[in-house]
Design a protein around this ligand. Structure first.
Ligand SMILES: [Cu+2]
Length: 101
């Protein structure tokens, strides 16, 4: 396996903006088995994004950006939650992920 500059070798990067108290976009569709990089950006305080069933948990500092690469291994609908307490609406920060064949 050779890793080069071929565009198809790069996982798709998906930018997600986190701010009190929502994610934008609030919904994503991914393909099972296709690696992606989730780029989480905070425009205010520290946040996180966790999909418990998929083993994904990424945290981002105040005004910062961080990323996680993962490959969805199963199909279905998964609801991700903010994993860093960020204030009164924290519990309503959700992102729905649809993983399709
Ligand atoms: Cu939060």
């Amino acid at each position: 396996m050779v890793y080069g500059a071929a565009p198809e070798a790069q996982p798709r990067r998906i930018e997600i903006t986190a701010k009190r108290f929502s994610f934008d976009p609030g919904e994503l569709t991914l393909k099972r088995g296709e690696p992606v990089v989730l780029v989480l950006k905070s425009v205010d305080v520290a946040h996180g994004l966790r999909f418990r069933e998929l083993g994904v948990d990424v945290k981002v500092g105040k005004g910062a950006e961080s990323e996680v690469e993962f490959t969805p291994g199963k199909t279905g609908d998964f609801v991700g939650h903010c994993s860093v307490f960020c204030g009164g609406g924290h519990g309503s920060m959700k992102l729905t992920l649809h993983v399709v064949e």
